[in-house]
Write a new protein. Structure first.
Ligand SMILES: *Cc1c(COP(=O)(O)O)cnc(C)c1O
Length: 388
């Protein structure tokens, strides 16, 4: 059997894959089994922050592989401790819990909120409020957090204690918290899976103010927007917010599974011995990868991310067949006249890998994509979108 046949026979059918087998790559170029080369504008869905097989990243990961690839959380290891320190120094947060994925990072945030509210407000204060059209993960609890009904239908009953409000509807939050039953609000600054929709800065500020007024935790899901993707280290920084909890994953370790839940001083001591854990959480190889990524997300590098973002807007906005360009940093959504899936397929034929998000075409290039490759790929997108 071919690889495609093996996969279709033996891998659970949860992914609609393109008929392409990727075998190798370098930076923002990847190659399929037939030797065809593509410019990658997907980065494994915002994961390979510095592209495929980046030299410095490979070196950092490989060095740790030769030291120790895993230890249980019964012992100290240097990459985990150093990464927690680096994340806290860069964000002003107080502590970090490490896990392996975005869903797991959000699970931890939700556990922190529930325990904090039970201890500091009342046991009845357990509701977590999220936004309609949000995406927070695939576990039963993070599905409950996800504000899109179609994800819920087949998997009832989900974890109780979640409510969803329309972005912009502060009154709905006030109403939900009339009896002081809301523990936390969990939001994405830019709804990624929901169609690359940035939250209005005014709503974000008002939401934060209401959370402060009602002693509700403000928790930000930076799984997709985080780690330089937005042009800031975390998107909440661009919004001028001061969250109590931040969850992140995807691009954090540059291509290895790692989730992190950052805890502000206010909630730093909520979890104690035995309250939470994860066998692979804080894995030294993943943390070594993340230390390499984080060390390169300097102010000047992030300014380059913003400059490339501006270039994308400039090249695509208002072009024939492109109705709108939305997003922040190198997280871009295109509303196209042609169906997004057609655009993605046509781009792939012409050697450019893009993604979709709902009805949008979504671009999540590596943060260090060379400008000439980016321009070349954008030319392809412009041609494909104009070809109606
Ligand atoms: C991808 C994503 C998740 C889920 O991350 P996994 O690593 O797939 O569990 C959660 N929240 C947001 C905003 C995401 O984009």
């Amino acid at each position: 059997m071919t690889i495609m046949e093996l996969d279709q026979t033996y891998v659970a059918g949860t992914y609609r894959r393109f008929p392409v087998e990727i075998v190798s790559g370098r930076g923002s170029l990847v190659q399929d089994a037939n030797g065809k080369q593509y410019i990658d504008l997907g980065s494994g869905i915002a994961v390979t922050s510095f592209g495929v097989a980046d030299d410095a990243w490979v070196q950092a990961v490989e060095a740790q592989l030769h030291q120790v690839q895993h230890m249980s959380n019964l012992y100290y290891t240097a990459p985990c401790a150093r990464l927690a320190e680096a994340l806290c120094r860069r964000t002003g947060m107080a502590k970090v819990f490490f896990s392996n994925s975005g869903a797991e990072a959000n699970e931890c945030a939700i556990k922190v909120a529930r325990k904090w509210a039970a201890e500091n407000k009342s046991p009845a204060c357990s509701t977590i409020v999220t936004l309609r059209n949000s995406f927070h993960g695939r576990t039963l609890t993070t599905l409950a957090a996800t504000g899109q009904d179609h994800f819920h239908e087949l998997f009832q009953p989900l974890t109780p204690g979640f409510a969803h409000i329309q972005p912009g509807d502060l009154e709905a939050l006030r109403a939900l918290d009339a009896e002081h039953t809301v523990a936390a609000v969990l939001i994405e600054c830019v709804q990624g899976e929901g169609g690359v929709l940035p939250l209005s800065p005014a709503f974000a500020r008002d939401l934060e103010a209401l959370c402060r007024e009602r002693n509700i935790l403000l928790m930000i899901d930076e799984v997709q927007t985080g780690n330089g993707r937005s042009g800031a280290l975390y998107a909440y920084m661009k919004y001028g917010l001061s969250p109590d909890v931040v969850s992140t994953a995807k691009g954090l370790a540059g291509g290895l599974p790692l989730g992190a839940t950052l805890l502000s001083e206010k909630v730093a001591h909520v979890l104690s011995f035995g309250d939470h854990g994860s066998t692979f959480g804080g894995n030294p190889v993943a943390c070594a990868g993340a230390l390499s990524v984080l060390s390169r997300l300097t102010d000047s590098f992030l300014a380059e991310v913003d400059r490339k973002s501006a270039l994308i807007f400039e090249k695509l906005d208002g072009k024939p067949g492109i109705e709108s360009v939305t997003g922040l940093g190198l997280m871009i959504g295109l509303k196209t006249v042609r169906p997004a899936a057609d655009v993605v397929r046509a781009c792939m034929e012409q050697g450019v890998l893009c993604l979709t998000a709902k009805e949008k075409v979504r671009l999540l290039p590596a943060l260090n994509i060379p400008e000439d490759l980016l321009s070349q790929a954008l030319d392809v997108i412009v041609r494909v979108c104009a070809d109606q």
